[in-house]
Design a protein around this ligand. Structure first.
Ligand SMILES: [Zn+2]
Length: 318
């Protein structure tokens, strides 16, 4: 008898949870001003789909993300694979990059003070490790007007959506974001491409782009272990056409990694992973533990009032 009562209570609790999550989903869609990747009209949620007034419809997966890739091919085979997403998620869950996440949250908290309600877009959000924390910070201060995470990888957006009911995750390209123009207060780009023109389009005139790029010493010990002549990253090269630097912070600390799996995942997260010679890879695979420096530049850009004549198309900061 007791077991039946418990089972009924459990089912009620699940029902209530689903109801609450659906309500959050409705709200997060309405507020983010997602647009149809086909015709550019606003998307509105109807049941388990996002629809535009011209009849284009996009299913919302059970996990909560929506595939808005313009191409007829699904996001299954683009961006990071499921295995890479899972490896990176395990790595990030161990907290090595928590120091960066804290610094990002502090900066978004500071910036939000100037805005009141904040609409956040995380361009190239991956599995949402940072997006989720940023949305939580804004929610905690009652300033979250909307949060959207965009990534080309379907696996990444799927994982992100499962863990973050505050953000609407969509599979899409950061070069053609399915987001209305002039609607975002903050666009984040954390180790992701930074198409300046597209950032300008989605940002309000008083909005900012918050970019994280590797600092000079990032992964120095790892590079020394793998390469004969390692180079430091050039910090001075980072810029964003049509924007000026409003704030520049450096975050640097060391972490101890005590297993080969995490070392290899960390290496796979870098751009060097695809261009390292075999002897370097052999040295990498022999590493069992490592004390390594993590170094990041946290750059806040605001749009230049007087835009330079013709910014380069599709410019990137790295
Ligand atoms: Zn449409």
């Amino acid at each position: 008898m007791g077991a039946i009562v418990l089972a009924v209570l459990y089912l009620k609790w699940i029902e209530n949870l689903c109801y609450n999550i659906n309500n959050v989903n409705d709200e997060r869609n309405e507020k983010m001003m997602l647009i149809c990747p086909h015709c550019g009209a606003p998307l509105v949620r109807e049941g388990q789909a996002l629809r535009c007034r011209n009849g284009h419809s996009y299913d919302i997966a059970r996990a909560g993300y929506c595939n808005l890739l313009q191409s007829s091919r699904s996001g299954e085979h683009t961006g990071d694979s499921r295995e890479m997403v899972m490896a990176r998620r395990r790595f990030l869950d161990r907290g090595y990059y928590a120091g960066l996440a804290e610094a990002l949250c502090a900066q978004v908290h500071n910036l939000a003070a100037g805005y009141g309600a904040v609409r956040l877009v995380d361009a190239g959000c991956g599995e949402g490790y940072y997006t989720r924390k940023l949305a939580q910070i804004l929610q905690a201060s009652g300033q979250l007007a909307g949060s959207v995470g965009i990534d080309i990888s379907k696996s990444a957006t799927q994982y992100a959506a499962k863990r973050d009911p505050l953000t609407q995750y969509v599979t899409g390209s950061v070069y053609h974001m399915p987001v209305a123009g002039n609607c975002a207060d903050i666009v984040c780009s954390i180790f992701a491409p930074t198409p300046a023109e597209e950032f300008r389009r989605v940002l309000k005139p008083e909005g900012v782009a918050l970019c994280v790029v590797p600092g000079a010493e990032h992964l120095w010990e790892l590079k020394c272990a793998v390469y004969d002549t390692p180079y430091k990253n050039r910090e001075e090269k980072y810029s964003l056409d049509g924007f000026q630097v409003k704030d520049r912070r450096k975050i640097m600390y060391r972490v101890h990694i005590d297993n080969a799996d995490d070392i290899q995942t960390l290496f796979a997260m870098t751009p060097y992973a695809h261009r390292t010679p075999r002897c370097g890879l052999e040295r990498l695979h022999a590493l069992r533990e490592l004390d390594v420096t993590l170094s990041f530049l946290l750059l806040t850009f605001c749009p230049q009032i007087e835009q330079s004549a013709f910014p380069e198309k599709g410019s990137m900061i790295y």
